[in-house]
Design a binder for this molecule. Structure first.
Ligand code: GUN
Ligand code: ZN
Length: 450
């Protein structure tokens, strides 16, 4: 352990040196930034579009954002990258994903529990092999970056090797990222079960080794109440109390039969949320994936504790889970994030994920504004992960994770965008029909990735 920790520290210094970019870089294009939450204030106050703007980057951080002419005038020494009419925004933040499910994305015909048993668990069992974990982490992070996602919060598997692989690969790419060992001590195949003691000790060791190394953060990760005994939830709650600087991620109320199952296994709880709450697993920094079938008490408790719910729209339709009540939950004042839920979700793209969120809201009678969708995929997810102040929009002092979007990346999108009468109408076809082809460039901590 000592050697590994020393190596991690040594690499940390090297990587920081390597990342220092001494020259100032000025990237020009259209810019979209957020000053506030468009679910709380009018879009015109929350979102700022600059038709000819710029982002000044220095030492991996954003030094200034504003009209292109002003920035060029104030910083004549900056090296200019002109992205033309492309749209510069913060990189996407995917706040709930399972990188080990990369190879089983789009697996046919099952609902949640069957899908876990048929596809997910056999695949996750392969992650005891460190080489397989590394190859998958590489592929997953390459795919997410290609799609403009610069931060993810990922579940790993029960194997510490899977966590090592993820953090090593995220770090190589200079990413801000979070992940954690998925803990399960019941209702999983034997080779995917840990124990109360081993789940606590492995999580603690990985947390101490990785949390705060470069841009990485640890997420304490009980998979969900059906696969954890009360004793395991208690041990992980105690670990979170010792390390409140970490986030805690899990699943909540995804399918109705899963809710019944969770309650039958934890009869002491009044509702699904309470299976976590009884063990200290609800509070600020808790990320509850799905949260579709919530009771009134659960809604109120999530809102008042400052916990977050993570909307996973492509997963919720793909696995047949239900229609998330986005506008209802936002009206309760709840913190809401957006995520792919790869590979229960059917896409690596946060554009496709925004489109699915729009469609689900339509089925519930609400039309989400493109600014609200974009905010969820960037600043909203960053806030849920307690990373606002570091990433999530373009503003001085934030880390320079950004993307340039081509708003006419396919013939179908281009012909619709050409009819647009304002900026939002130009952006919306890319939200609804765009994919990795729309992502023209990605910067991680101020450095291009391609
Ligand atoms: N609930 C428990 N585990 C999982 C998972 O891996 N994916 C989804 N979508 N739901 C879950
Ligand atoms: Zn999930």
């Amino acid at each position: 352990m000592h050697d590994l920790a020393t190596t991690a520290m040594h690499q940390s210094h090297c990587d920081v040196r390597a990342r220092v970019v001494t020259a100032k870089t000025l990237i020009l294009g259209q810019t979209l930034t957020f000053a506030d939450d468009p679910f709380k204030v009018p879009v015109a106050e929350a979102a700022i579009h600059e038709p000819r703007g710029g982002v000044l980057i220095e030492d991996g951080l954003i030094a200034a954002v504003g009209p292109a002419d002003d920035l060029q005038h104030a910083h004549p020494d900056a090296i200019v990258t002109d992205m033309g009419s492309r749209l510069l925004t913060a990189g996407f933040v995917d706040s709930h994903a399972h990188y080990p499910q990369t190879a089983i994305i789009a697996s046919w015909g099952k609902r949640l529990v069957d899908w876990l048993n048929t596809y997910t668990f056999p695949e996750e069992a392969r992650f005891s092999d460190a080489d397989y974990a590394r190859e998958t982490a590489e592929r997953y992070l390459d795919l997410t970056l290609m799609n403009g996602t610069t931060t993810v919060c990922s579940f790993c598997t029960i194997h510490p090797e899977s966590v090592e692989a993820f953090f090593v690969e995220a770090r190589k790419r200079g990413l801000r990222a979070m992940a954690g060992k998925t803990c399960m001590d019941q209702n999983a195949p034997e080779d995917l079960r840990d124990t109360v003691q081993s789940s606590h000790d492995d999580s603690k060791r990985l947390l101490e080794r990785w949390h705060g190394v470069d841009r990485l953060g640890y997420a304490i990760t009980p998979r969900f109440s059906p696969t954890s005994t009360p004793e395991q939830l208690e041990a992980l709650g105690a670990l979170w109390a010792e390390h409140p600087e970490c986030v805690m991620q899990t699943h909540l109320s995804e399918q109705t039969d899963e809710v019944e199952w969770a309650l039958s296994l934890h009869p002491e709880a009044r509702d699904y949320l309470e299976t976590y709450e009884m063990h200290g697993l609800v509070g600020e920094g808790a990320l509850f994936g799905h949260a579709i079938h919530l009771t009134e008490r659960e809604r109120a408790r999530i809102a008042e504790t400052g916990a977050s719910v993570v909307h996973c729209p492509t997963s919720n339709t793909f696995i047949g889970s239900g229609l998330f009540d986005l506008t209802g939950l936002a009206a309760c004042g709840m913190r809401i994030a957006l995520a792919t839920d790869t590979g229960g979700g059917s896409s690596f793209s946060m554009l496709r994920t925004m489109a699915a969120a729009y469609e689900i809201a339509q089925l519930r009678g609400a039309a989400l504004h493109p600014a609200q969708l974009y905010w969820l995929a960037t600043a909203g997810s960053a806030r849920a992960m307690r990373l606002d102040g570091k990433i999530g929009t373009l503003a001085p002092g934030l880390e320079a994770d950004l993307i340039a979007l081509d708003l006419a990346s396919t013939a179908a999108i281009a012909q619709r965008a050409s009819r647009a009468e304002d900026f939002w109408e130009t952006l919306f076809p890319t939200i609804m029909m765009g994919d990795d082809r729309a992502v023209a460039q990605v910067w991680v901590a101020g450095r291009t990735t391609r």
